[in-house]
Design a protein around this ligand. Sequence first.
Ligand SMILES: Cc1ncc(C[n+]2csc(CCOP(=O)(O)OP(=O)(O)O)c2C)c(N)n1
Ligand SMILES: CC(=O)[C@@H](O)[C@H](O)COP(=O)(O)O
Ligand SMILES: [Mg+2]
Length: 604
Amino acid sequence: MSAPELLHHVTSPGDLKVLPGEALPELAAQIRRRLIDVVTRTGGHLGPNLGVVELTIAIHREFDAPRDAIVWDTGHQSYVHKILTGRDDRLEQLRTAGGITGYPSRAESSFDIVENSHASTALSYADGLSRGFEMTGRKRRVVAVVGDGSLTGGMAWEALNNIGASDRPVIVVLNDNGRSYDPTVGALARHLAELRAGTATSNLLESLGFGYIGVVDGHDFRALDKALKAARAHTGPVVVHVVTRKGCGYPPAEQDEADRMHTVSPAPAPAAVTDDTTCEPRTEAWTTVFGRELAAIGEERADIVALTAAMRLPTGLGAFGERFPHRLVDVGIAEQHAVTCAAGLATSGLHPVVAIYSTFLGRAFDQVLMDVGLHRLPVTFVLDRSGVTGPDGPSHHGMWDVSMLRGVPGIRIAAPRDSVRLRELLREALAHESGPTVLRYPKGRAPAPICVHTRIGTVDLLTPHQSCSQVLVVPSGPLATVAVEAARRLAGMGVSATVADPRWIHPLAPELMTLVADHQVVITLEDNAIGGGLGAALSMAAHRAGLATRVIPMGLPVEFVPVGERADLLARYGLDAEHVVDTVLATRWRRGTSRAAAVSLAST
Ligand SMILES: Cc1ncc(C[n+]2csc(CCOP(=O)(O)OP(=O)(O)O)c2C)c(N)n1
Ligand SMILES: CC(=O)[C@@H](O)[C@H](O)COP(=O)(O)O
Ligand SMILES: [Mg+2]
């Protein structure tokens, strides 16, 4: 078989097993070329996948998936696994609506098990799977591939503690490239470095009851083959400590000091040639605005401390960390610890800022509720990637934070509509010292600023409040842009609508409730699951106040939202001006006004 065809003829692990060992380096080279060619166009986790080409080939040659369960921790490094299990022909549709996802997907393949892209879960799955196989008398192995970064998560150690006490055949492949995004932090990172250097005086993993095979060169097929055969023959749980290079084989990734091209953005679409010179000015990313403002506040206030869970740069803490290295705490992928550490910092008299992706805060809800909320501590949570994110799919949309956090007594939640409000609300949050505060904003660029027409208490009216207006639109955060556009369209139809941006979406301001009482219909817009969010809160408040106002919440469904472009998904769930206008007209129509009459009324 000529070398160029090799990759096309490997569509299953069975095809892989019959290849002669001397063909493997060429196969690896072809897979690497494929990854670089495609992922630099589609966007995705290029660095992590380039680091596991040989390792993934070796695992699928030694073990018998799907009979043996192979679990990928976080799953962002599973593109090679997908190529080797028959999905290379769909790689161009990586991380797109209707394409293949950037993580394992049970719907795509029986070789895939864990769809959740939250780190540090693989070993708990491995413990459960191996217990289940043992309890049901099935002789199936479990292979869990876990990164050194994911091993800094607490769940991983809870699982190691359980697996290590058993004699079950769990093979833990520790993919040690020394990094999360940044170099991995903490005593564990130091211990792994000593193991890699051969200077360790003890072995933490062996003392946990595991066999230990290492250190193995993760790019050497012979070494991998020998180590994995030994692991397969081992009785009881065993760790294979493999050393790999994130970004291996692609110099721009290998030389990327920031994060070894952990995630690359999609190549920009060719700019459409238009004569339109009035295109919108490019605004800044939410993350950039936050990072710059926090660094400025850090100059003014020595009590501000920032915390990250291994995502210093992705959450915008680069500038703050450069200016105040001793006031930036990176705890590793350990969100629960980050929150309660922040509680400790607040108890010591400081004001911590926990910068974290919305979806990852879910892991630390108990810590927010009981370690911060119960003690009414001044901790500010800045939730990036709130709402629909897009290419990362269901386990990355930040669509539960409002519903989850509204249950914390004493918490205050803000949703800036643009960069001006982000800076303003960050300062307001940091000035609040009698309990936790939250800011949430989505992935990507902030919209063009929308000026306030009138401020009533903490509420911004974005349109003139006309006494005759029957409709009030209450958007959360950047959906204010949608609300203002809908109001503009409704005005053109003779329907007057007021847009009120609460800025602080929890608790509801009394001034907002007064506005609700003044209107017949209230539409709330939120980039959050509709259950337990802004709309639910406002509906309940209107009901409890005995108001006749009709409240219509519009938001994301209580479902797992798929992969897709943010704008497409928002429109799919009705969070665009067209759907808001239709909802208003339909509402007038349902109140006994015929649709035709409503339209004719609207057209007057
Ligand atoms: C709970 C959680 N926190 C943060 C992240 C974001 N994240 C994705 S991959 C990654 C680094 C993972 O490092 P490692 O496990 O060493 O894998 P590598 O990328 O080095 O292969 C982080 C922090 C996540 N997916 N889940
Ligand atoms: C796998 C993971 O959790 C992160 O790498 C995530 O994919 C980053 O998301 P952004 O690309 O939105 O920063
Ligand atoms: Mg790593």
